[in-house]
Design a protein. Sequence first.
Length: 252
Amino acid sequence: MDLSIVIPAFREAKKVARDVEAAGTFLAEQGLEGEVIVVDDGSPDDTREAAEQADVPPGVERRVIRYEPNRGKGCALRTGITETRGEIVMFADVGLCVPLENALPGMEAIRSGECEIAHGSRKMPQSILVRRQRLYRRILSWMFRKIVGALMGVPGRLTDTQCGFKVYRGDVARELYTACRTDGFMFDIEILLRALSKGYRVTEFPIEWRSDWDSRLKPVRGAGHTFKELRQIKRNLKQEEAQQHGAAKDAS
């Protein structure tokens, strides 16, 4: 299978059908054998039904996975990505903030062996921001990048770790997300740190982006939980590193 597209969703009954239909159309127009996997993260509305009833072209596989209760975006993506079969795996946030054909340069970078992971970035000079975030979110985003860079050691060359449009070599995606322990929004940081620790190459590509003001992320209200997750990620990775070091010492 060429490509798996994973769409995490929570309370998205009004939007998710458009995302599923766009993903199916993208696969068909590009001549790709693929699948669309929607993960309903315990929605209290009709998200699952809307995803199941969306039209997809013949030959495109569509799966909807639902669990309860709501666990968070990281859990939704771990659930979906570990079920993928594609040689390339991508995920895209609900709302069609980025046209799916924007993924083609990232896919080509992976196919050519340039990298194992390609992030869409809103911060690159070539990117087009059709509708920007509200000012307070832009300020919080700038602060987040500075803090995360200092606290977590994220390389400064990576400009947009939280963009919900990423492409992976399939086996790498399944390996990293199987190991991921973060259920909430900070899963991106854990996946990135795991990837870099294993020597996987990460690049970025420009996108055309339209802010979805109906976002499920509430940065001010969720700030405490965000930094709790970041501290837990740091502790978990240190513990795993110590365990691996101890195992290697015992083996020698």
